[in-house]
Design a protein around this ligand. Sequence first.
Ligand code: AMP
Length: 209
Amino acid sequence: MTQFSDLGLAEPVLRALSHEGYVSPTPIQAQAIPSLLDGKDLLGIAQTGTGKTAAFALPILDRLSKSSDKTRQKSCRVLVLAPTRELAAQIGDSFRAYGRFTKTSVAVVVGGVAPGPQIKAINPGVDVLVATPGRLLDHVDSGKLKLDQVDVVVLDEADHMLDLGFLPPIKRIIKMLPKSRQNLFFSATMPGQIGQLAGDMLSDPFKGS
Ligand code: AMP
């Protein structure tokens, strides 16, 4: 059976996994992590409960921990889009837990709460920003956030985001990102519009489920 130590993850990330009590990777983690570490795009057909959050968070934390780049003010290097506040908060908690032995900064930006603390968190620059699309655009439109340093973008529960009417904001956000970037796309289902969005965003993706 594959072990986390076989996947090529950085030592601080492996240490956090022992801390979490994870013994071995789930199937989507074992499949997706090596190709994500190689910088490939990913199309993941995966439900919640499969371990998909760690499947994308671990290689992203690995990439950040090996990079000497600094995140610029009002910028982020990793952008994770999620449909709901609850999911965004969970993803943020996962990045903090798996990144506990790295110096990664994480912020969560969602609607329905005061924007002030979010602006304060973004202002010095944040490595990983987890956001719902509407509030993210509010911060961009008010000049509090720039998306020109993003080098990894994750769409989580893409089908759920489209059900909630987030296709127009997602398209606007994607247009603002640098052309050269890694794209990760997760959806439990793949109806027409989702397949089209995935096709537009992804280049020769690894396909996992
Ligand atoms: P997710 O599908 O990302 O929502 O993860 C479902 C649950 O599985 C979460 O509570 C994780 O903490 C847990 N989990 C993820 N990966 C592993 C693993 N390799 N071993 C044990 N638990 C895990």
